[in-house]
Design a protein around this ligand. Structure first.
Ligand code: SF4
Length: 496
């Protein structure tokens, strides 16, 4: 875990080193292309009226912005409301603390088996591995999560974790991992096989663990949406329910939920509403026939407070994890989620991961973008992702000892490991460029010399090689645009 308690740095090659493998994998690219095209079409069909879409996302953004503006107060209100409802609330500053809290609750209850609903925060915590190390078995119950757990993989998408796999790959996996199952390409049979295994797990689990989509401060209600019923079973069948969530999931009023529910499933899967909307307000009461007898909520910070301190970057915390940004991202749709080597892939990951992990571990991520703005156009809570990417690129190369004097006073320099990507070679090149660019005569002399000399540099020279691998070497013309413009009388005022 990161020393300051942010999520674990995912080790291994960086994005640029991993991308060629994904780009050269036609099966992976076909899987993603097909899936993303389908999701984009379904989402577009849900928002046929641009005026309605604009109004709805304005409301969604306003709800989340208001909640963030009052975040410390709302978290306290949430805690007191939940406590009054009988839910035990725990605060975790780091993922390590969150793991320890969950483990402690399970051990106190004597739990040996856990059934889990989908939760990206639990991925952030690497919770399953932590529990396994302490002799507790956690089984994922979301079908996609169950598949990747069987495969020993991590999610490649925050809503559809096994979107990188096709039916044949899943058939092979099930035949190998589910005892007694013959290989079948029939999707219904595959689903039924998973259901048989999971039903038995639901019935016998000592505890259920889930994530949270929204936590309502006004009423102390945990809102959890899903399509498979596994979330409801995980949170109602076992005698103990533990919910884990980031502190940014709090909203103020119950009335804030409808606009968010109108945006989230539509943006995520192109559904007007999910099959299940669970609202959990406490443990089973006397006389009730079902539900857990104990409910806990673990509120995780893990770097979010640091993000919150910066007025510009705090917009990141508005995210409702719909994944529309990744479904529409020309980079994500070509390389898939594993290429990012991070818990949160795609555009949201490119702004969230460097802030949670730090720019030393993930300073390359903001560069894995064309800044085409597709993500910002579809984001239901209007997060200006490209602006934040540019800001993080700047933070990554800023001299660490220099305060952000170019930014308004409210901006802070809280990004972890700011300046981590700064290289002295690059700094020297830019210092040289500034020297030349601010002296017109020197600029003209240098650019003419470079143009002349550049044509003599071979295409496979070390500095050229990366560029010419996929492109022709540019040829400088002997005469500049200014020369031509002047000759035609357009720029008579420009000095020679
Ligand atoms: S950044 Fe916006 S589009 Fe992306 S997951 Fe979050 S809410 Fe959805």
């Amino acid at each position: 875990m990161a020393a300051d308690g942010g999520m674990h740095a995912e080790h291994g090659p960086r994005f640029a080193e991993r991308a060629p493998d994904a780009l050269n994998n036609p099966q992976l690219r076909r899987n993603f292309r097909r899936a993303m095209d389908g999701l984009m079409a379904k989402r577009a069909a849900q928002f046929p009226d641009p005026a309605y879409w604009a109004e709805l996302r304005e409301r969604g953004a306003a709800v989340k912005a208001r909640a963030l503006a009052k975040l410390p107060d709302l978290l306290e209100r949430l805690e007191s409301r939940l406590t009054a409802n009988g839910v035990q609330v725990h605060w975790a500053e780091t993922t390590e603390e969150a793991n320890a809290i969950v483990l402690g609750i399970l051990q106190q209850a004597g739990a040996r088996t856990v059934i889990k609903g989908k939760s990206m925060v639990s991925e952030e915590m690497h919770l399953n591995a932590h529990l396994e190390r302490h002799g507790i078995e956690a089984v994922e119950s979301d079908l996609g999560e169950y598949i990747i757990q069987l495969a020993g993989e991590t999610p490649s998408h925050i809503v559809m974790p096994c979107i990188h796999k096709n039916k044949d790959e899943i058939s092979d996996l099930f035949a190998e991992k589910i005892p007694g199952l013959e290989r079948t390409g029939d999707v219904d049979e595959l689903t039924a096989a998973a259901r048989r295994v999971l039903r038995e797990r639901f019935a016998n689990a000592d505890a259920g663990i889930s994530g949270v989509n929204f936590a309502v401060a006004e009423t102390g209600t945990l809102v959890l949406i899903e399509n498979e019923g596994n979330g409801r079973l995980s949170t109602t069948l076992p005698p103990l329910h533990i919910a884990v969530t980031g502190i940014e999931k709090v909203v103020e009023y119950l009335d804030d939920i409808p606009p968010l529910l109108a945006l989230l499933p539509r943006s995520a899967t192109g559904q007007p509403i999910t099959t299940y909307v669970n609202m959990i307000s406490g443990p089973r009461k006397a006389g009730e026939k079902d539900g857990p007898t104990a409910v806990h909520l673990v509120l995780l910070d893990a770097g979010r407070s640091r993000v919150y301190q910066d007025v510009e970057l705090a917009d990141t915390l508005r995210c409702i994890r719909c994944a529309a940004c990744m479904n529409h991202c020309p980079v994500y749709t070509r390389v898939g989620g594993h290429t990012y080597n991070a818990i949160y892939p795609g555009p949201i990951g490119k702004i969230l991961t460097p802030q949670l992990q730090g720019l030393d571990a993930a300073g390359d991520q903001p560069h894995a973008s064309t800044l085409c703005n597709a993500c910002a156009e579809v984001c239901p809570v209007k997060i200006p992702i490209p602006d934040l990417l540019v800001r993080l690129r700047r933070e990554a190369v800023r001299p660490t000892e220099t305060p952000a004097t170019h930014l308004p006073p409210l901006y802070s320099t809280v990004v972890k490991d700011g300046g981590a990507e700064r290289s002295w070679t690059e700094s020297l090149v830019w210092a040289g460029w500034r020297l030349v660019y601010t002296r017109p005569l020197l600029y003209r002399m240098v650019t003419r010399a470079l143009a002349w000399g550049g044509n003599w540099v071979p295409a496979d020279a070390p500095l050229m090689r990366d560029w010419t691998k996929a492109r022709a070497k540019p040829r400088f013309k002997p005469r500049t645009l200014h020369d031509l413009a002047r000759e035609r009388g357009y720029l008579n005022e420009v000095p020679k």
